[in-house]
Design a protein around this ligand. Structure first.
Ligand code: AMP
Length: 192
């Protein structure tokens, strides 16, 4: 089973993906994690994207599609969770083509629905929590980058809900509840 977790920054995509990995042996493909890894390991690509990411802008479609292409030809385990990808219509089309080429289905797109005030609060909270625990704070978890990330989401990513709705793949899940409740709701969708 291959699924996409869709939703704005701070909606809880990463948290829910981790649950699905632990509970169902699925494989999380987070382009954000891959890009952060490239950044810390100082690869050429990492150096090129660092500034863009820190600012809160999206990196080019070409780069993230390349990252995903490398992964989905490998072991599919209990299925892929696309987390933070696709983020543009071009990426969505490219993912569709890649899955077709490799003969894999897209089973559903789960949209985590959260209101904007909550998002901002969660991201600011995530940064404060990390700082308090002596953990590294994401370079883009600050107010300035967050504004840009939200704008990027509304301009470029939010059209994907319509895109997947029209394809008949979209399932909305209330992302406002406790982590366990959201996980239960997602399981309900996947097991339906
Ligand atoms: P995330 O961890 O998903 O919030 O992603 C962190 C940052 O990585 C984003 O703000 C973008 O700069 C970049 N990024 C992650 N995934 C994508 C994507 N699919 N397309 C473009 N940029 C991405």
């Amino acid at each position: 089973m291959n699924i996409i977790l869709l939703g704005p920054p701070g909606a809880g995509k990463g948290t829910q993906a981790e649950r699905l990995v632990a509970e169902r042996g699925m494989i999380q493909l987070s382009t954000g994690d891959m890009l952060r890894e490239a950044k810390t390991s100082g690869t050429e690509m990492g150096k090129r994207v660092a500034e863009v990411m820190d600012r809160g802008d999206l990196v080019t479609d070409e780069i993230v599609i390349g990252l995903i292409r490398e992964k989905i030809t490998g072991d599919a385990g209990g299925g892929f969770i696309f987390d933070g990808f696709p983020r543009t219509l071009a990426q969505a089309d490219a993912l569709g083509a890649l899955l077709d080429e490799t003969g894999q289905p897209l089973d559903c797109v789960i949209e985590l629905q959260v209101d904007d005030e909550v998002l901002v609060g969660r991201i600011v909270g995530r940064a404060a929590e990390a700082a308090a625990a002596g953990k590294p704070v994401r370079a883009d978890d600050n107010e300035e980058s967050l504004k840009i990330r939200l704008m990027e989401y509304y301009k470029k990513t939010s059209p994907l809900s319509g895109y997947y709705y029209a394809k008949g793949d979209l399932k909305g899940v209330d992302g406002l509840g406790a982590i366990d409740q959201v996980a239960t709701d997602i399981a309900g969708v996947l097991d339906a």
